[in-house]
Design a binder for this molecule. Sequence first.
Ligand code: ZN
Length: 162
Amino acid sequence: MKLTLRYEGDPILRAKATPVREITPRVRRLVQAMFEVMYAARGIGLAAPQVGHSLRIIVLDLQDKGFPPCALINPVIIQQEGTQLSEEGCLSCPGLTARVERAARVVVEYLTLDGATRQIVGEKLLAAALQHEIDHLDGILFIDRLSPTERVKVERQRQRVL
Ligand code: ZN
């Protein structure tokens, strides 16, 4: 399966993605291909809409934070608490980074590729990554969540990118 990254401005990044009804071989191939795109781009997380599939699937690899590579199907935040400022970028918004206010801790329920229901508790970077990727499934980008100060910073970064 050949996938290409979609960038800000692509309408698929603004659509609400559809839940996965059944974990078919095609879904498994999509997940495999998503990991490949994520590693090639040196990202730590990727959502299916970022590669042109409007489905509720995310992949993460925060191995150096002690969290092994993982695919989450139909992830839902079922608990959240606290706040943190997380420094973020996005493979779909090249050249832009900003601090985003996120929950400090989240509990996410999801299906594994074997169809089992699991929960994951994320704090700090993992919590931020989960929220960032799940936002993609609802058509939200990190640049939508900026404070006025961070917005100014991103506008300056944009002028450098253009
Ligand atoms: Zn992103």
